[in-house]
Ligand binder design. Structure first.
Ligand SMILES: [Fe+2]
Length: 720
C-alpha cells in the first residue's frame, strides 16, 4: 500500500498530513473571502432548489406602487388613507403595516388611523430600532402613542444585510434594552397564529418555538429566509382603497401593506437562485413571514463543525494522495467527494447546511493536489535514477559497441546525477585508511567492521557534505571502498542506485585495464618468440615482422574489421613459430635438402600449433600459422586444404610469406624485382593462391605500369 520510496520519509509525510489537517480546519472555520462568497452563492442556489414548503396561511401584499403614487399624490399620504385601507382589509387574518409613523401628523387623521386599527383588531405596526451608543443595545424610537394605542402589536422593521450586502436572513427577535423585541414579521405571524414565540436551548442550538413549529436560529439568532419561487399575490394599494378588490381576497390571509416605489428607498438586494434581485422591504417581509410560517430554513453548521469537517477531508485528501496507489487515490478521492455531496443532502434533510467549498472541498482539493504533486515529483525522480541503475547499465553495455567506451559513458551518467541530485562519487577504490582519512568521522571504524560487506551511511552534521556512504567493493585481497557524498537528506534507495552505477563503472574500468594488461603480456611473449626465431635463422631475420605488416595491409584492403586485423597481426607474427622446433642444421643448410630434411621443414606449421597450444591466442592467429603453406588447389601442406577450406588469414599470410621470401635478398640470391614477383603471384593465382588476395596485392603493391602478363601486347611478351 505504502510506496517503497516513502520509507524513511514516513514521519515527514505524517507531518504533511497533520499540516493538511490544520489547513483544512483553518479554511473550514474561517474561509477566505472569495471562498466565502462562493459558498453563499452556493447556499442561495441550493435553497432555491429545495421544494416549496406548504404554509398554513397565505401571504398577500398590498403595495403602494408608482401607479398609485401617480394617482394619489406624493408620499407621505394623509393617514386617513391608511385608515380607509384598514377598513377594506377587514377580512384579513392579520394586517402587517410595514409603514413607519415616527411622529405625529394631522391629529384628526392619526385618530382616524388609530380607531381603524382598533376596529380591525389584528393590525401589527412597524417600529424602528436606532443603533445604541457604543456597545449598548439598539433603542426603540419612541412610538407615536396616538397611533399605537389602536394596534394589536408592534414589530421591528429593521433588516440586516449579509457580509456581501445581500439580504439573506431575518432577525426574529431583536435584542433591545431590557429584553428582546419581535420583528414585524414575527409579530405578524404570532398574532395570526395566536401563538407566543419562545426561544429555547436545544442540543443543536437555539430554537424559536411557535406552537408546534420550531425554527432553527443560528449563532447570531438569525433565520435564513427561504425565498419562494412563486411570488405572493400583490394588490395595488389604490385598487384596494377604491374597493376594486373584493374583501374576500383578504379573507384569512396575512396582508402586508407597504410602499413599493423606487423613490421610497425601502429596497434590498435579495438572492435569486445563484444571482440577486431587488426586493422592496414589504416583499422581503412577506418572504420572511412565509419562512416563519413554513418552519424555517436550514441553518449553517457552526464554525467548529466546519473546521472539523475541513480538517477531516483535508487530511484524508493528503493521505490518499501520498499513500494510496494512484488508482485507489483517484477512486478514493472521487468517492470522498460523492460522500460529501451525499452528506450534504443528509445534513440538509436534518436542517443543517455545510458550506461545500470552505468546509470540505477547497481544503480537500488543495491537499489532494499538493500531495499528488509531491508524490509524483519525488517518485518520478527516483524512478529515473532507478532506471539508470538497473536498465541503464544494460542499455549502456548493449548500445556501446566498443567496451572501452563503457566506463566513460557510465562516468558521464554519474556526472549527470551529480548535477541533478547532488550525489557525488568522491573517489572509487579507496583503501580503508584513505576512507578513514577522508571521512574523519567518529565511529567510522566500528561502523565498517560492524557492517561487514554492507554499505554504511555516515552523517556528519558539521561537514557541508552532511552524508557519506561507504560501499565495500568486491576484491580478492585488501578490501577497497567506494565513497559517495551528498549534502541534503535523500532517500536511501536513490543513493544505493547511484552506488550501483559507480560500482559498475569501477568494475568495467578495472576489467578493461586487466584485459589490456593481459594482451600486452601476450604480445610481448610472442614478440620474444619471434626474436628467438630471428636469432636462430639470421638469414630470414625480420621476415616475420614484414609478413605480419603486409598481412595486415592486405587484410585491411580486403575489408577486415579491427578485431580481425588485430588477430591477423598475431597470426603474421607467429606464422613461423614452428621453426623453433626444427634443428638449426636443417634450417641453415646451404644446398639441396634431403627428403627427410625437407619433411622436417614442412612440419613447421604443425610444430607451431603444438608450441602454442597452451597459449590462449585468437583462433584466427592460430589458423594463419597452421595454414600459411596450404595451397588454393589443395596441394599444400600440412593438411592439403583447398580453396576456402583454408582460412582467410591463412590465404593472406601465404601470399605475404611468398612475396617476402622472393623480394628479400638472401646470401644465395638477390631479391626479385617487384614486377617479377607480381608476375609470379599472378601466374600462380588460382593454383597456389587465392585470386582475391592476389588481386588485393596487385592493387596495393604492383608498379603503376605493371599489367598482368596475359594482357600484355605480343611483342612485349616476346621480348621478355
Ligand atoms: Fe613458413
Amino acid at each position: 500500500m505504502i510506496p517503497k520510496a516513502w520509507r524513511g520519509r514516513r514521519s515527514g509525510f505524517s507531518l504533511l498530513v497533520l499540516a493538511a489537517g490544520l489547513l483544512g480546519a483553518l479554511l473550514g472555520a474561517s474561509p477566505p473571502a472569495p471562498v466565502r462568497d462562493l459558498d453563499r452563492r452556493a447556499f442561495d442556489l441550493r435553497l432555491s432548489l429545495l421544494p416549496e414548503v406548504p404554509v398554513p396561511l397565505e401571504v398577500v401584499l398590498v403595495l403602494a406602487r408608482e401607479e398609485t403614487l401617480a394617482r394619489m399624490g406624493r408620499w407621505p399620504w394623509p393617514r386617513r388613507y391608511h385608515a380607509a385601507l384598514l377598513d377594506r382589509l377587514g377580512e384579513a387574518r392579520t394586517v402587517v403595516l410595514d409603514i413607519l409613523f415616527p411622529e405625529g401628523g394631522d391629529p384628526e387623521d392619526d385618530a382616524l388611523l388609530a380607531r381603524a386599527a382598533a376596529r380591525h383588531g389584528r393590525v401589527v405596526a412597524a417600529i424602528h430600532l436606532a443603533p445604541g451608543q457604543g456597545k449598548a443595545p439598539p433603542r426603540i424610537l419612541p412610538p407615536y402613542d396616538a397611533l399605537f394605542r389602536g394596534v394589536a402589536d408592534v414589530g421591528v422593521t429593521n433588516v440586516e444585510a449579509d457580509e456581501d450586502g445581500v439580504f439573506r436572513y431575518a432577525v426574529p427577535l431583536w435584542p433591545v434594552a431590557g429584553g428582546v423585541a419581535p420583528s414585524l414579521s414575527l409579530a405578524g405571524v404570532s398574532l395570526a397564529l395566536g401563538l407566543k414565540p419562545e426561544v429555547e436551548e436545544s442540543p443543536r442550538g437555539l430554537i424559536l418555538r411557535l406552537g408546534k413549529a420550531r425554527l432553527d436560529l443560528d449563532g447570531d439568532r438569525r433565520v435564513w429566509v427561504r425565498f419562494s419561487r412563486v411570488p405572493p399575490r400583490v394588490f395595488e394599494y389604490g385598487d384596494v382603497l377604491e374597493g376594486k378588490v373584493p374583501p374576500e381576497a383578504f379573507r384569512d390571509r396575512i396582508v402586508v401593506v407597504g410602499v413599493a416605489a423606487a423613490g421610497a428607498g425601502d429596497v434590498v438586494t435579495a438572492p435569486n437562485g445563484g444571482g440577486v434581485r431587488s426586493l422592496f422591504g414589504a416583499q422581503f417581509n412577506g418572504e420572511t413571514i412565509r419562512t416563519l410560517l413554513g418552519g424555517g430554513t436550514p441553518r449553517w453548521i457552526p464554525p467548529w463543525a466546519a473546521a472539523l469537517l475541513g480538517a477531516l477531508v483535508a487530511s484524508l485528501g493528503a493521505v490518499l494522495a501520498l499513500f494510496a496507489r494512484p488508482l485507489w487515490a483517484a477512486l478514493g478521492f472521487g468517492g470522498l467527494v460523492v460522500l460529501l455531496l451525499g452528506g450534504e443532502q443528509a445534513l440538509l434533510a436534518s436542517g443543517l447546511w455545510a458550506a461545500p467549498l470552505a468546509g470540505p472541498l477547497t481544503p480537500g482539493v488543495l491537499t489532494f493536489g499538493t500531495g499528488l504533486y509531491l508524490r509524483f515529483r519525488v517518485l518520478h525522480g527516483e524512478e529515473r535514477t532507478h532506471r539508470l541503475s538497473v536498465f541503464g547499465i544494460l542499455d549502456l553495455v548493449r548500445e556501446t559497441r566498443d567496451p572501452k567506451e563503457i566506463p566513460e559513458r557510465l562516468a558521464s551518467v554519474l556526472a549527470e546525477i551529480r548535477a541533478q541530485d547532488g550525489i557525488e562519487v568522491e573517489s572509487p577504490g579507496l583503501s580503508f585508511r584513505e576512507v578513514f582519512e577522508r571521512t574523519r568521522a567518529l565511529g567510522v571504524e566500528e561502523a565498517l567492521e560492524g557492517a561487514g560487506k554492507e554499505a554504511v551511511v555516515l552523517e556528519t552534521p558539521r561537514d557541508p557534505w552532511r552524508f557519506r556512504m561507504i560501499v565495500p567493493l568486491p576484491e580478492e585481497e585488501e578490501t577497497r571502498y567506494l565513497l559517495l557524498r551528498w549534502r541534503r537528506s535523500l532517500p536511501l534507495e536513490q543513493v544505493r542506485s547511484v552506488a550501483a552505477l559507480a560500482v559498475a563503472a569501477d568494475w568495467f574500468a578495472r576489467a578493461l585495464t586487466e584485459a589490456k594488461k593481459q594482451k600486452e603480456t601476450l604480445y610481448q611473449t610472442v614478440a620474444a618468440m619471434v626474436e628467438a626465431i630471428d636469432a636462430k635463422d639470421p638469414v630470414t631475420a625480420g621476415h616475420s615482422r614484414r609478413v605480419c605488416d603486409l598481412s595486415v595491409e592486405l587484410a585491411r584492403h580486403l575489408g577486415a574489421d579491427e578485431r580481425t586485423l588485430e588477430e591477423i597481426t598475431f597470426g603474421g607474427i607467429i606464422h613461423d613459430v614452428g621453426k623453433l622446433g626444427i634443428p638449426d642444421a636443417v634450417l641453415g643448410k646451404q644446398g639441396k635438402l634431403t627428403d627427410e630434411e625437407f619433411a622436417l621443414i614442412r612440419s613447421h606449421p604443425s610444430v607451431g600449433e603444438r608450441i602454442l597450444a597452451p597459449v590462449s591466442l585468437p583462433e584466427v592467429a592460430k589458423q594463419a600459422m597452421a595454414e600459411h603453406h596450404e595451397k588454393w588447389n589443395g596441394r599444400g601442406y600440412p593438411r592439403g586444404l583447398k580453396g576456402t577450406e583454408i582460412s582467410l588469414a591463412g590465404r593472406i599470410v601465404a601470399v605475404a610469406d611468398v612475396y617476402d621470401a622472393l623480394a628479400s635478398d638472401r646470401p644465395y640470391k638477390k631479391g626479385w624485382p617487384l614486377a617479377e614477383v607480381c608476375d609470379l603471384l599472378y601466374k600462380q593465382s588460382r593454383e597456389d593462391f587465392d585470386p582475391d588476395v592476389v588481386q588485393a596485392f596487385w592493387e596495393m603493391k604492383a608498379p603503376e605500369d605493371w599489367v598482368p602478363p596475359d594482357r600484355r601486347p605480343p611483342t612485349e611478351n616476346a621480348s621478355s
